[in-house]
Design a protein around this ligand. Structure first.
Ligand SMILES: *Cc1c(COP(=O)(O)O)cnc(C)c1O
Length: 233
């Protein structure tokens, strides 16, 4: 299959999974994670109708967002302070904010560019040492901190599940959904209104994420890797 077909197949599968669990397919956005490919491959998937793309490095983000300015670019990678202005220039949504000292920098960069930066807070639900993100217990403090900045808007939560075990992934995703609901209950009406997104699920575990309430799935290999064989199950 070519990449355009793979993209369409993923979208069809996500929609089918939504319907199978009683969800509206419009409520789950597929972000095509293009971090391993170049602009030619992105162009194939744009042709197939994709509008949302994810990058995990500022260089790739800038390059591809410049090449495809009409599409929506998501930053899903590790944030480094000095790269924040670059990220803000190109990213509609930053999925991976979790360090308190980055908040004021995102705010300043966004203000300088005349925008409000939408962000998700990355949570290390599973507690694995090698994973980035903050501990669930630290979320209320970070959320409160973000509330002091008018150019940063927190739209929800993001996580990555343990790999290779669908049951563990599912429980991780369910925990993230529960955290979102709990935290939303503590926000004022205006902030609660936009605190909706759950960015969770990748090529091998998006089915579990859709069941658990994902609103954004981040799919790389299943779209761009022509040798990808499907979920490990
Ligand atoms: C690479 C990456 C993805 C996509 O992973 P695949 O397994 O290729 O679908 C999703 N989220 C993040 C944060 C990534 O770095």
């Amino acid at each position: 299959m070519g990449r355009a077909q793979q993209y369409r197949a993923v979208c069809d599968d996500v929609a089918a999974q939504c319907r199978a669990v009683g969800r509206d397919p419009h409520d789950v956005k597929v972000v095509a994670v293009s971090k391993t490919v170049g602009v030619a491959e992105v162009a194939q998937v744009v042709e197939a109708g994709a509008h949302d793309f994810g990058e995990n490095r500022p260089d790739g983000l800038s390059e591809k967002a410049t090449a495809f300015p009409r599409e929506t670019w998501h930053f899903i990678g590790n944030v480094q302070s000095r790269r924040i202005p670059e990220i803000v220039r190109s990213a509609s949504l930053v999925h991976s904010l979790y360090q308190e000292h980055h908040v004021s920098r995102f705010d300043a960069a966004a203000e300088a560019m005349g925008k409000v930066q939408d962000v998700l807070l990355e949570v290390n639900v599973s507690g694995e040492r090698q994973k980035s993100g903050l501990a669930p217990d630290d979320l209320p403090a970070l959320l409160e901190h973000c509330g002091r900045y008018s150019h940063v808007r927190v739209c929800g939560l993001m996580t990555m599940a343990p790999q290779g075990d669908p049951a563990a992934a599912r429980s991780c995703f369910e925990d993230l959904a529960r955290l979102r609901d709990e935290l939303r209950g503590k926000l004022d009406a205006e902030r609660a209104d936009v605190f909706n997104e759950l960015s969770m699920g990748m090529s091998e575990d998006w089915r579990e994420a859709v069941v658990a309430g994902a609103t954004i799935v981040r799919i790389g290999r299943a779209i761009f890797d022509e040798t990808f064989e499907g979920a490990l199950r």
